[in-house]
Design a protein around this ligand. Structure first.
Ligand code: FE2
Length: 371
């Protein structure tokens, strides 16, 4: 037996039909026009098993009702139309909108109504199975997507740890730079679909150092001119590396251009101004801010005011002045976010099974930053 909503403006027809359906053991709810019908369907938590509606009604006719009610029933409730002989012209439109059957009225054929309701209830079971199956598939797909995303994130963190050293202070720097890059990018209006590439680039900007010989990378003193030539290949090497991995390829812009300068005096391509991808210009400002305000084993953390003064001083030479201005606009938010950054950072490390990572000074910090 089912819960049936009957939408019919003629009281006598509604009474006859609902009495008949209730005599058959169904529960029957009524509405006198489409407007009331929509409200009943919308507010009904249990869900009707079948909806039967007249076509010609005041305020909202049956076709408009069928259209309006779709979002609430998600095609999981069979919808039948009550038609008088001269209303068959509406049939095609009703079918297009998803009606599954037509019931003749004036006069009713009660046997036909009985059979049609039974078929509709069977259809309802099929709809429910299909609906539940789709919901289950969607839930499984979401879970698989989450797992794949976690695997990707773990791979990125793994690459970053491989280059920077598996150390909490370096990881903290990478996570903070990633977070601040996203905040600044949103302020500037970078579309959401580009945000992932920026995050990856922030985490992997120095990945090209994997190919720099240790005698250069870990050299305690200054590099010679020849050694600098080698060191300056790391943006190109890193970009070439990620371009071979489809889910990392979007990070190539930041990796390739993270040592470019706004005035064209950077490397490897001496790009200038807006020829440098916006993501790389955003990264440069955030990376410099975080480097100045963070403690390293070879220096103390500087106050935010010192970092801002440095960004302003280098706006137009090292940094994009527009990006520096945007950074200053989000500074109050950055200062608020920094209060609980460590909680978010530790939670993310724990989620990736890296909760045991300790502050011990990164490989790069231990050998002093050279590039
Ligand atoms: Fe670098």
């Amino acid at each position: 037996m089912g819960r049936i909503l009957l939408v019919e403006d003629e009281d006598s027809l509604r009474d006859v039909l609902s009495r008949y359906l209730e005599a058959q053991g169904h529960t029957c709810d009524h509405a006198e026009n489409g407007e009331v019908g929509v409200a009943k369907v919308r507010d009904d938590a249990e869900g009707y098993d079948v909806i039967i509606s007249d076509i010609e009604m005041p305020k909202m006719d049956g076709l408009a009702f069928l259209r309006r009610v779709q979002p609430y029933v998600e095609s999981a409730t069979p919808f039948m139309i009550l038609t008088a002989y001269d209303e068959w012209k509406y049939a095609m439109e009703a079918i297009r909108l998803g009606a599954c059957n037509f019931l003749q009225k004036n006069p009713f054929d009660l046997a036909e109504i009985h059979n049609a309701v039974e078929r509709a209830l069977e259809l309802r079971q099929i709809y429910k199975l299909r609906h539940d199956y789709r919901a289950q598939l969607e839930a499984e797909l979401r879970e698989k997507t989450r797992e794949i995303q976690a695997t990707y994130d773990g791979t990125v963190i793994g690459f970053a740890a491989m280059i920077e050293g598996k150390d909490a202070s370096t990881m903290r720097h990478l996570f903070r730079v990633r977070e601040l890059c996203c905040l600044l990018a949103r302020e500037i209006g970078v579309p959401d679909k580009r945000m992932r590439d920026l995050e990856l680039g922030a985490m992997l900007h120095d990945i090209g150092k994997y190919a720099i010989p240790d005698n250069i990378l870990t050299k305690p003193g200054s590099l010679t001119d020849e050694e600098w030539v080698v060191m300056r290949t790391h943006p190109q090497l890193g970009a070439d590396f990620v371009r071979r991995i489809p889910f990392l390829a979007g990070a190539a812009d930041v990796i390739f251009c993270h040592h470019e300068r706004y005035d064209g005096a950077g490397y490897p391509s001496r790009l200038a101004g807006e020829d440098i991808p916006l993501s790389a210009r955003i990264f440069s400002v955030v990376d410099a801010f975080d480097a100045i305000t963070s403690e390293r084993c070879y220096k103390k953390a500087q106050p935010v005011s010192v970092a801002i003064a440095e960004l302003r001083r280098c706006a137009g030479t090292q940094f994009d002045p527009g990006v520096v201005e945007a950074f200053e606009r989000v500074l109050p938010t950055i200062e608020k976010m920094s209060a609980d950054f460590d909680t978010r950072f530790r939670a993310e490390l724990d989620a990736m099974g890296l909760g045991q990572v300790e502050d011990r000074g990164s490989r790069r910090e231990r050998i002093q930053k050279t590039a």
